[in-house]
Design a protein. Sequence first.
Lengths: 207, 777
Amino acid sequence: MARKRPRGEDESAQFAFSRRSFLKTAGVGAAASTVVGVAATATSAPVVLGPDAVSLTLKVNGTAQKVTVEPRVTLLEALRDHLDLTGAKLVCDRGSCGGCTVLLDGEPIDSCLMLAADAEGHEVTTVEGLGSPDHLSPVQRAFVEKDAMQCGFCTPGFVVAATALLAKNPRPSVEQMKEGLAGNLCRCGTYGRIFEAVQAAARAKRG
Amino acid sequence: MQEEPRTKPPMVKVTVKAGLASAPQVREVEIPQDDIEPWDLDSWAKFRHMGKPLARFEAPLKVTGRAKYTYDVKLPGMLYGRMIGAAIPAGEVVSVDTSRAEALPGVKAVWTAEQKIIRFAGQDVAAVAAVSPQVAEDAARLVKVTYKERPFTPELRAAMKPDAPLVYADAENPAGRDVPHQGNVAGPRPSRRGGDGRGDVEKALGEADATIEASYYCPVHTHSCLETHGVVASWEGDQLTIHASTQGIFAVREGVADALGIDRKNVRVFCEHMGGGFGSKLGPSATGSAFSVVACRLAKMAGAPVRLMLDRQQEQLCTGNAPSALITVKAGAKKDGTLTAVHYVSHGSAGISPGAGTAGPASSLYTGNPNFKAEEYDVFTNAGPSAPLRAPGHSQGAFGLESAIDELADKLGIDPLEFRKKNESSPVRRAQYDPGAKAIGWERRNQKPGDMSTGQWGTLPPTRKRGLGVANGNWYVFANENTGAQVKVHRDGSVEVFTGCQDIGSGFRTAMAIVAAEELGLDPSGVTIRLGDTQFPQGPASGGSTTTNSVAPAVRLAANHARAQVLALAAPMLGVKPEELSAADGKIFVAASPDRAVGFKQAAAKMSGEVIDAVARRPKQYEPVRHDLAGTQFAEVEVDTDTGNVRVVKMVSVNDCGLPVNPLTTESQIIGAMIQGASWALLENRILDANVGTMVNPNLEWYKILTPSDMFEAQVILTPIANLANNTSTAGIGEPPIVPTLAAIANAVYNATGVRVRELPLTPDRVLTALSQARRA
């Protein structure tokens, strides 16, 4: 799952269970600097947020938006419950299924494992930002054509992960797709179709 | 579409071309007089849309995150509900102190369960509703429950011991008075489909040239729906609206209305999209929780809508599971491979509920075998009640039976495929073996199991062993006749179809558009499907592979009624009688001279009102060509003898699928079943701690399901059959392809290694243990 942490070499055990309770009253800025290495605040004194709601500015799908949330609110919860972007889903609640995958500065992350406060200053792209039903992205179009979904609950996460994979590797082999999408789970059993879709999207993008 | 006694309608006989496309048979079927002439093999050749692959309609919404699931529904002023489950596996709730939770700012309602006896960890104890998910979680933590604990027994084999703690006191035993029981074991129940069996099994085993006896163990598999169970409940006066992640909106309506003591007419249930069910979402809530009713109560108490979704741990504990099973098979055959006896005994655990039954495949495969007996026992354990899971009991049962059949063939030195062919009772499966064998390359298998030099594998490292396996599966032709459909043709020629059924993810919505379009002579894109609303004509639950073949005939019949009215409008425009007309490609034309045509829209514009409104009830099921759905599967695996890791390389599934409406989504379902089955065979295992009785892996991290990196080549071969059980000759496909998967993989592992692993999942520890035992022996 290291792939989901863009600056993941510094994964503190603290962070692993901190998401709800630990940061409730603690210095969120300091914790953030440990976890995602926000260089700007790393050297300054800890910023204490909460426990009351704080105002944050999140840049989501190219637009800066203000949300007022408790500091313990995750990026996923902020997107879903406060910005009405419900494409990303909570499935496992602990970073093992990829259902909540969004792009943070172009890198896929599990938004259930990141506090909304830690996403400030970063570019967040959700599945809604990749395309709309009338203007599908190449990956989205390929998912439609290859039937790379059944119930569809994991699909937004896979679309985002596949988009990130193709941005890095425009011609992934089957083994590379297995590796690149390994952090996402589907229960209906669509992996085979997803591989077909990713390869079709790769072909379409190459033209 | 209220249920009422149906008297046998007047019947008429029609001649059709039925059966396998490769072996058509002219046949007379009796159909109800008010039905239409059924689609048969001749129709199949002429279809414009049926049987042609079509991308599912809701796909653009799903790939862009716009599809709204229950979990995504947000109503003004909505609160967030949270269930609180029992922390102990057995005992009694002494007290529930909710005072601190109630005092927490933001908490709007608190509920506590009336049931005080606890029989599994995770059973409903209390619930809260609060202004945010975070506050609801805080409040749940503040609810203090005091228990009086009792001894418990969470695992099947331990629960069978005579001194095991009792899950139920004698008088409470839910197995039924007519079923004998001792300790936690109830049975034998006569096999549900095998009756009391046939012939004399003991005698036949004594006379057989070769016999085997072996026991197989299959663990509990949890459904692990990615969208957890949940509802959004809101009241407006006495009107209750529920958005539910469900496989049966009418089951939710019935269950909630009954529990609350309100009229069904005052409850409306919606399900537009749902994130997986696999059998666990057929009831009003879940088999081990009443969360839907609780959510409605919380909403009533708080005077605000409540969204209550279970969390992942709760999903693992109380929403059902596929029972574990300990299956013992004795089987005998003659030297020439004729199967002469099967004695099948299954001890299954559905947790606290009865009905683990796994004998289905045993009683309906190899029906030519003259001596057969099946006995099914329930073993109660302190674990959440089971729920149907894709072909309930059949994957476990086929794992036992088809492993045993393999062992018997091996003992006789007969190729396991040849053995199956020799004893095959289904003409459909007989036609399926060769295409499947060809697709997997059956000739490559190790002639001597475990000896790679007797197979054709090219160059592989010495620690990588490959092998091939085959196994059979079966399911049944079921339909729910209490099904209706409504078709509206508007004056602008636009068309809507209404069905009170839900799309579980099978592509149901798109399939119904294809059926309506075929009948109306339109393109499927011109048909809008409205579904998942109890205000629409009653639809079946999405389960048992019944959805398509229950609803499609009603949709076709309603579309046919609408078509007749549009043809009547077109007739004067073309100066002919309506019966001289036909419809296709958006046009209505004179059948004898297709150039004389008007557009469907032009004809519709002549209607006197605003809408042609046609309603139909699903016609009664006909006497079909086949009562079962046959399938067979082949697997290629690679076993790493150093690490014990088993990898599926390829699977081939050959399935009877009726006349497939949309092969694209049909094949997707079959591939999905192979993946879910492979996941069960290789990885999945619910582990309940013997010491504390709670689940060790109530998540998706240690409860392993197959990931993209485990994906194998999956090939589907459809065996289209005009079964003539209904006017569309469609069938369901959700269940059949998961039935043989476990056994096909286990049999392939045997062919690769020469070692039989009789307990699933085929994890490295089990494989290495079996390999080392075999070396010692």
